[in-house]
Design a protein around this ligand. Structure first.
Ligand code: NAI
Ligand code: MG
Length: 504
């Protein structure tokens, strides 16, 4: 009999119960690349137990407008890990994006997308590129709160929250620590959006202090993305808000040459979802020629996430070796570099044959820095003193002379409040506006308590009561002004919670 003596560590590992994961085979090329990937994971020794769930096209076409049914929800919520092949969203109205539904419903706040050059095996102008973009996934302009307020003006609300910033930024630093990365760069536009992006930047500075071993940097998003596109090798981990992250993660994947090869993770406090970034490629479905690399990379991230980084490295390294050997699927085949054009399953066979080997030219995968999974503490809210000090009243006003509006509103000494200024599209037009400023039909009129010392650069505002605001609105309405919206002006612990008008 062949007996094996196990060390205690091996013993614990061997008897560890497998991690259950919900697996969606997807549509189009999904089932082919999922089969190839699961075969690799099995031979590599991934300690996982797939539970197959039905998502996507079949569900949509059977009348489920969200593409997912209650049994799949249950499997996802009990297993907490979803491994998902791409799905097809049927053409036509009324079908909701399943990815958006999953992300939002399950609170998957972090989108993590590593991009590493595989030069010369996959063409790129940036052979040394090796970065990870960590994008906030739930907030920002993507809350989808939009309104048309006047005939000419439409609005989209940008929501940035402290818990949202703390979670994503802490995740970025913890990720850097867990995966041996050296630097975290924050990208914001806080020179313009001082409150929202300012908060993101401030929280970044606060949390960075807890990670002195990691280098930190903040860049303004416009020059930051330009530098990313020109010198991607200067970046390591990038953390940013939803919209910026959406844009720069596509830039990064594109210049890395590997849109078809990248995996991505969507991480929540409870649940995490792993998938390739490409779609279901219906044009080549069933032909057996699809590249399973995106899903393999998603699997690597999943294994690292569930604390099986050694297996993750084993799979990743075998995959790198396969690319070095020149076994390439049709989408990355290059006459001069490739040795053989292989199909999906043959590619997987080669990866399996290479398990245990490490690449010669490409950088070896080393995901085994940390000790297991990343935990982010729950948010703790510290109560602050909130005081009402004024109100911005937005009017739909068809006139074109700001002084006319200003003088009539300034004449109202209503309820111990006074008009402080009027802006149009954020620019001060009263008092002392410039006649060159273009004005639309959307006027923001700022009223503050009369005791306010309104001429200081950092004024202290008089506290007012909301009753005064209600009375002011009623008065304006009575006078025939079309009030379209208000924003209360608050101080929090004595600090101004609103921006000044441009030129104020
Ligand atoms: P796509 O990524 O499926 O295909 C774009 C092009 O890349 C096609 O020529 C395709 O053949 C090729 N391609 C993609 N993946 C490949 C692979 N692994 N190996 C070889 N070639 C590959 O994008 P498309 O055509 O815009 O979308 C097709 C469907 O996929 C749509 O229904 C879309 O809604 C869905 N989709 C799903 C996603 C998901 O489930 N996460 C993400 C993106 C799209
Ligand atoms: Mg996008």
């Amino acid at each position: 009999m062949n007996t094996r003596v196990l060390t205690r560590k091996q013993l614990i590992k061997d008897v560890k119960t497998p991690v259950k994961i919900a697996v969606a085979k997807g549509d189009g090329i999904g089932p082919e690349i999922m089969k190839a990937t699961l075969r690799i994971l099995e031979v590599a020794g991934a300690n996982i137990e797939p539970e197959f769930i039905e998502l996507g096209e079949k569900m949509y076409l059977s009348g489920n407008s969200s593409g997912i049914d209650s049994s799949a929800w249950e499997a996802i919520r009990s297993n907490k890990i979803i491994f998902k092949a791409p799905i097809t969203t049927p053409q036509g109205k009324g079908y909701k994006s399943l990815n958006v539904t999953l992300r939002k419903s399950l609170g998957l706040y972090a989108n993590v997308r590593p991009v590493t050059a595989l030069y010369p095996y996959v063409h790129t102008n940036y052979p040394d590129m090796d970065l990870v973009i960590i994008r906030e996934n739930e907030e920002d302009l993507y809350a989808g709160i939009e309104h048309r307020q006047t005939q000419d003006v439409y609005q989209c609300l940008k929501l940035i929250t402290r818990p949202g910033c703390e979670r994503i930024i802490r995740y970025a630093f913890e990720y850097a620590k867990a995966y041996g990365r050296k630097k975290v760069t924050c990208m914001v536009k806080d020179n313009i959006m001082k409150l929202t992006d300012g908060l993101f930047h401030k929280v970044f500075d606060e949390i960075a202090l807890e990670y002195p071993e990691i280098e930190k940097d903040t860049q303004i998003i416009d020059i930051g993305s330009a530098r990313l596109a020109a010198k991607p090798e200067q970046y390591d981990v990038i953390v940013t808000a939803n919209l910026y992250g959406d844009i720069i993660s596509d830039i990064a994947a594109e210049i890395g040459g590997s849109v078809g090869m990248c995996g991505s993770a969507n991480i929540g406090q409870e649940v995490a979802m792993f998938e390739a970034i490409h779609g279901s490629a219906p044009d080549i479905a069933g032909e057996g020629i699809a590249n399973p690399s995106g899903l393999i990379n998603a699997a690597v991230a999943m294994l690292a996430h569930i604390g099986q980084a050694e297996i993750a490295d084993k799979v990743k390294n075998a995959w790198l070796v396969t690319l070095e050997q020149g076994y390439h699927t049709a989408d990355i085949y290059q006459e001069e570099i490739s040795s053989k054009k292989v199909g999906t399953q043959e590619f997987a066979d080669k990866v399996i044959a290479n398990l245990g080997q490490t690449p010669k030219n490409l950088n070896r995968s080393v995901l085994t820095h940390g000790n297991g999974t990343i935990q982010i503490p729950e948010y703790v809210r510290y109560q602050q003193q909130k005081e009402l000090v004024g109100v911005d009243v937005f009017l739909d006003w068809q006139g074109d002379d700001p002084d006319e509006l200003g003088k009539s509103l300034a004449g109202l000494d209503v309820y111990k409040m006074k008009l402080k200024m009027i802006t149009n599209r954020g620019v001060k037009v009263y008092p002392e506006g410039l006649k060159e400023t273009y004005c639309t039909d959307h006027w923001r009129c700022r009223f503050v308590g009369v005791d306010a010392k309104i001429n200081r650069s950092e004024p202290k505002y008089a506290h007012i009561d909301f009753e005064q605001v209600v009375a002011l609105l009623s008065r304006l309405n009575h006078l025939g002004y079309d009030v379209i919206k208000t924003e209360n002006l608050y101080e929090f612990d004595g600090k101004r919670g609103f921006s000044l008008g441009q030129g104020e």
